[in-house]
Design a protein. Structure first.
Length: 145
């Protein structure tokens, strides 16, 4: 069974706010180690003003950050991590395979593949429709109590 986390709940779980909150909704799997996040890409987003303004393309770093936010929501939905803050610790093996444009919806499937204490690794695949837009691993550290 999946738990649907809407934008209001996301803002209770992670500290990000506009213009740095990128994920719109997350479906968390029961095990608290995988889930699917969604981002609706619109032309009104601030970064399109300067990132190829005549041919807007979603910056790859925004895809990576959005994927990390999905991973954060997944982990911080677990009882043992509630109320903590996640920090980026590294980015590995990321590949960008498809240009993401305004009007697209990014679907990010993220799985926490390694979790040892408060340190871990997540693997994510970002899709537009059925096409892979980006894929890679990110490392994170969760704030200790």
């Amino acid at each position: 069974m999946k738990k649907i986390v809407n934008i209001e709940e996301i803002m209770e779980i992670i500290p990000h706010r506009s213009p740095f909150l990128f994920v719109d909704k997350v479906e968390v799997e029961e095990d608290g180690l995988k889930g699917t996040g969604f981002k609706n890409v619109t032309i009104n987003e601030y970064f399109f003003q300067g990132h190829f303004p005549n041919k807007p393309v979603l910056p790859g770093v925004i895809i990576v950050e959005t994927m990390a936010q999905v991973g954060s929501v997944i982990l911080l939905s677990r009882e043992d991590f509630k109320g903590r803050i996640p920090y980026f610790a590294g980015i590995n093996k990321f590949r960008f395979k498809k240009v993401v444009k305004p009007g697209d919806t990014l679907r990010m499937e993220v799985e926490i593949t390694k979790l040892r204490g408060t340190i871990g690794i997540g693997h994510g695949i970002a899709y537009v429709g059925e096409e892979i837009a980006a894929e890679g691993e990110f490392m994170f550290a969760i704030e200790k109590k």
